[in-house]
Design a protein around this ligand. Structure first.
Ligand code: ADP
Ligand code: ZN
Length: 738
C-alpha cells in the first residue's frame, strides 16, 4: 500500500522503502533469498512466484518474514511474477522446514519437492460450454427434442458431452447454436476425479472389524493428532476398515492422503476405492503424464481433489485442508527415498500429522519393528485384526529342507516343489514362484580362465539377461551384448551362468511343464508399468498357470486362482549384514505367501531353505509372528539399534579412492565429543564403486534421545571443506547399509 502511494506521489524509491520478502528457491541454499516486490504485485507467505536467480528464472515460494530467515542479497532483484494459485499453507511450510532440519537437507531442495508441477501454478483454462437460452428452434425433430429434453433445466453442457448424452451428431447441436437456441458460456475445467461419496456403498463390518473401525472413527472425530497402528494378516479387512476412517474424514469436509508403496501397479486398489466411494481417488506417482500431474497438483491445492492415493512424494503435495493420512504397508522399504533428500515417508507422514493436527494411520500385516515398539509402548494406538475375512484361509506353509530335498543337477527347484506345481496346474489353479533376483544369472564366468564379468564403472558383477541377450549392471544400468567368447582368454562357448535369476527359473519350469502357460514378472518387462498392469490383470483372470516373479508380484495384488506359492530361495535376504535382514525377510516372505488362498481355495506355500531352523523360517511356518517380533525387539534393544538407539550414515564418495578415504578420515576426526554419540568407520562401503565413484561409509550411533542433528552439523562444520570431486551424503535413519 505504502509502495503504491509512494509511486503515485513520485516518492522515495530507495531500497529501504521497497517491500522485500524472503523467497525459498529450489537450490541447495541454507536459507531463502531476499527479493523486492513490485508495487502492483500481491504476495503473501506461501505465494508461488517466479524469480531471477543468476542468469535463470526459477520457481520459488515466498517464505515467512523473520530476520534470521534471510540471506541478504547484494543486489536486490524484483520478483518476476506471482502465480495465480493458492499459497502453500503455513502447516505445509512448517513441514518442509521440519523435513529439511531433520534430514539435514537444504530447505530449498525440500521445497522443490513441493513444486514438481511447473505448469500447475497457473489456473487451468476455462472450457467452452453451451446453455439453453429458452428460444424455440424453427422446427422440431426427434433428435432436437432429445437435446432440449436434456438441456431444458438451463444447466451448462460441453458440445460433445451434450451430443453424446442425447445420442445425436454434433451437427445437430451446431444447428441449434446457429438459431440462438443455445449460447456459449465458459465453464470451470472439469475436476480430474469426481467427488467421492462417503455413503456410496458402505461395507457391513462386524466383530473385530467393527471394533477397529470404531477406534479409528474415534481418532478422526477427535480431530487431533494421533497415530494408530493397524495390523492384521493379509485379507483380514484392513483396507475395508480404514475406508471407514476415510469416509468420516470426507464427511468433515477434509482431504485424505493414502500412501501406497507401489501405486503405479495397484489398479485394483483404485477400483476397490471406486466401488466403496463411487469415484476414484486422484493418483500421484512418477508415471503420471505431465499434464495430469499438473492438474492433480493444482486441484489438491484448490481442494477440488478430496482423496489422493500416491507414492511417497505425495506427502509434499499442497493440500488445502488435509485431515487424515493412511500409510498402507507401512513397513515397506519403498517409503525410503535415497536420493538428494533422504527421508522415510512413513516417518514424515507422522510428522505431517503432528504439524497439521490430524490422525495418521499406519497399516501393515507385518509392521516394522519400530512401529511395533511404538504400538506396544502405547505411543501409537495398536489396533489388531485377528482373522481373514469370510471363506479365505491362509495357506498351509511348509519348509522344504534343501539339504534333504536337493534339486536335480543344474536345477534350483526341489522335487517336492515340482510335484506340487504339477498338481496345482492339473487342478486348473495357479502357482507363483518367487525369487527376488532379476535376469537369468547373477554372475557369469569363463569356465576356462575363471574370468568374471564385472561392470566397468561399479564394483558389481554383470547380470545376464538372456531374453534381451545382454549382460547388465544392476547398480548403474550399464549393459553390453552377451559376448560369445571370453574377453580374457578368447575361448568360445565356455561362459557359465552361476546361480539363478527369475529367467533361469522360468527355463527350468518350462522344461518340466512344457504345456503350461508360464510368465515372468519383473521390472525388466518390456513395455513398462502399463504392460505390467495388463499382465497382472491377465493373471488375476486366470490367463497364466505358473507365474515367476520378483518382489513386484508380492505387493497388494489379488489373484483368486493362486493356490500355490513357492519361495525359491528363502535364505537370499538373510546374509547381507543389514541389521534389518531378518525383519525384511520375514515381511517379504509373509507378503508373498499371503498372495495365495485369498478366495477360499485350499492353498499351500512351500519355502525352500538351507536353514530350516532359522528363527525367520520358524516364525513363517508356525504363523507365530508374535514370538518373532519379541525376539527381534529384544535383539535390537540389546544392541541399542533403532528404535532403541539412533543411526545415521555418512557416505563419502570421490573420483579417486584416496580422496574419498582421506575425506572420510577427516570427517571422523571432526566428530565432536561429549554428546554420547559414537562414530564407526570409515570403512570401504560394500558397494565400493558406483558409476566410477569410490565410496566410504561412516556409521553414527547414538542413544535413543541423542541429538544426532546437532552432532552431525558440528561434525560437518569442523571438517575441512569438500574439495574436488568429494561429495558427502547424509542418511538419517538409514535403511540401506551398502
Ligand atoms: P487386507 O487389507 O487386510 O488385506 P482387505 O480389506 O483387502 O484385507 O479384505 C480382504 C478381502 O475381503 C477383500 O476382497 C474385501 O473386499 C473382503 N472383505 C473384508 N472385509 C469385508 C466386509 N466387512 N464385507 C465385505 N467384504 C469384506
Ligand atoms: Zn555399473
Amino acid at each position: 500500500m505504502t509502495g503504491a502511494l509512494d509511486d503515485l506521489f513520485g516518492g522515495r524509491k530507495d531500497e529501504g522503502q521497497r517491500r522485500v520478502v524472503p523467497v525459498m528457491v529450489p537450490m541447495p541454499a541454507p536459507k531463502p533469498y531476499s527479493y523486492a516486490v513490485p508495487v502492483d504485485m500481491h504476495v503473501e507467505p506461501g505465494s508461488i512466484v517466479q524469480v531471477p536467480l543468476g542468469p535463470r528464472q526459477v520457481i520459488g515460494v515466498v517464505w515467512d518474514e523473520g530476520e534470521e530467515n534471510r540471506v541478504e542479497a547484494k543486489k536486490l532483484r524484483p520478483i518476476t511474477l506471482a502465480f495465480e494459485c493458492p499459497p502453500l499453507k503455513p502447516d505445509h511450510r512448517r513441514f518442509l522446514e521440519w523435513v529439511a532440519q531433520y534430514t539435514l537437507s537444504p530447505p530449498g531442495l525440500v521445497a522443490r519437492m513441493a513444486l514438481r508441477a511447473p505448469a500447475g501454478f497457473d489456473p487451468e483454462p476455462m472450457v467452452e460450454g453451451l446453455r439453453f437460452t429458452g428460444e424455440k428452434p424453427d422446427r422440431m425433430t426427434p433428435a432436437r427434442a432429445r437435446v432440449l429434453d436434456l438441456a431444458e433445466d438451463g444447466l451448462s453442457w460441453t458440445r460433445s458431452g451434450l451430443a453424446n448424452a442425447a445420442g445425436v451428431s454434433a451437427s445437430v447441436i451446431d444447428g441449434l447454436v446457429a438459431q440462438g437456441v443455445f449460447e456459449t458460456v465458459f465453464l470451470p475445467p472439469r475436476p480430474i476425479v469426481a467427488a467421492p461419496d462417503p455413503e456410496f456403498v458402505a461395507s457391513r463390518l462386524e466383530g473385530a472389524q467393527a471394533d477397529a473401525a470404531a477406534e479409528l472413527l474415534d481418532e478422526v472425530r477427535s480431530g487431533r493428532f494421533s497415530v494408530a497402528l493397524m495390523d492384521g494378516i493379509t485379507g483380514s479387512g484392513k483396507t475395508e476398515v480404514y475406508f471407514e476412517a476415510i469416509a468420516e474424514t470426507l464427511r468433515q469436509g477434509k482431504q485424505v492422503l493414502i500412501l501406497l508403496p507401489e501405486i503405479a501397479l495397484t489398479a485394483s486398489f483404485l477400483e476397490r476405492f471406486q466401488d466403496r466411494f463411487g469415484a476414484k481417488p486422484a493418483e500421484w506417482h512418477s508415471d503420471l503424464a505431465p499434464k495430469t500431474r499438473e492438474r492433480v497438483w493444482r486441484q489438491v491445492a484448490t481442494g477440488d481433489v478430496r482423496v489422493v492415493a500416491g507414492a511417497r512424494s505425495a506427502l509434499f503435495l499442497p493440500f488445502d485442508n488435509l485431515g487424515l493420512i493412511i500409510v498402507d504397508e507401512e513397513h515397506d522399504p519403498a517409503y525410503k527415498q535415497e536420493d538428494r533428500v533422504f527421508y522415510n515417508a512413513r516417518d514424515m507422514a507422522v510428522v505431517r500429522g503432528h504439524i497439521g493436527g490430524f490422525p495418521v494411520v499406519l497399516v501393515s500385516a507385518t509392521p516394522s519393528v519400530e512401529s511395533q515398539v511404538n504400538g506396544l509402548s502405547g505411543r501409537y494406538r495398536a489396533i489388531h485384526l485377528p482373522v481373514r475375512f469370510g471363506e479365505a484361509e491362509l495357506p498351509d506353509l511348509h519348509l522344504v529342507d534343501m539339504r534333504r530335498h536337493a534339486p536335480a543337477r543344474g536345477g534350483f527347484l526341489s522335487p517336492v516343489l515340482i510335484r506340487a506345481i504339477g498338481k496345482t496346474v492339473e487342478r486348473g489353479e495357479q502357482a507363483l514362484l518367487f525369487l527376488n533376483r532379476r535376469g537369468y544369472a547373477p554372475l557369469t564366468l569363463c569356465r576356462v580362465c575363471g574370468h568374471r564379468f564385472q561392470c566397468p564403472q561399479c564394483a558389481s558383477w554383470l547380470v545376464e539377461h538372456r531374453f534381451k541377450g545382454q549382460i547388465q549392471c544392476h547398480q548403474c544400468g550399464y549393459a553390453e551384448k552377451t559376448p560369445d567368447a571370453c574377453p580374457e582368454c578368447g575361448t568360445f562357448d565356455h561362459l557359465v551362468a552361476c546361480g539363478p535369476g527369475v529367467e533361469r527359473i522360468a527355463e527350468e519350469v518350462e522344461r518340466h511343464f512344457p504345456d503350461a502357460r508360464t510368465i515372468v514378472l519383473s521390472s525388466d518387462i518390456l513395455g513398462g508399468v502399463r504392460r505390467l498392469r495388463l499382465e497382472l490383470e491377465a493373471i488375476a483372470k486366470g490367463e497364466a498357470d505358473i507365474v515367476i516373479g520378483t518382489q513386484l508380484v508380492a505387493k497388494g495384488h489379488n489373484f483368486p486362482l493362486m493356490s500355490l506359492v513357492g519361495i525359491v530361495d528363502a535364505d537370499l535376504g538373510l546374509a547381507n549384514g543389514d541389521p534389518r535382514a531378518a525383519e525384511r525377510t520375514f515381511q517379504l516372505l509373509s507378503q508373498v505367501t499371503g498372495r495365495a488362498g485369498r478366495s477360499g481355495l485350499k492353498s499351500h506355500g512351500l519355502i525352500q531353505t538351507y536353514q530350516p531352523a532359522h528363527p525367520v523360517m520358524q516364525a513363517i511356518v508356525s504363523g507365530d509372528a508374535h514370538a518373532f517380533y519379541e525376539r527381534e525387539i529384544a535383539e535390537r534393544e540389546r544392541a541399542k539399534l533403532p528404535p532403541f538407539g539412533r543411526l545415521a550414515s555418512i557416505i563419502v564418495s570421490a573420483d579417486s579412492r584416496a580422496d574419498a578415504e582421506a575425506h572420510a578420515r577427516a570427517l571422523r576426526l571432526a566428530a565432536p565429543s561429549g554428546l554420547g554419540i559414537s562414530v564407526l568407520g570409515p570403512a570401504e562401503a560394500p558397494l565400493a564403486l558406483i558409476r566410477g565413484r569410490h565410496r566410504f561409509r561412516l556409521l553414527v550411533h547414538g542413544k535413543r534421545n541423542a541429538d544426532m542433528q546437532t552432532f552431525l552439523r558440528q561434525m560437518l562444520s569442523n571438517a575441512p571443506k569438500e574439495r574436488g570431486s568429494v561429495q558427502v551424503q547424509l542418511d538419517i535413519d538409514p535403511q540401506s547399509f551398502l
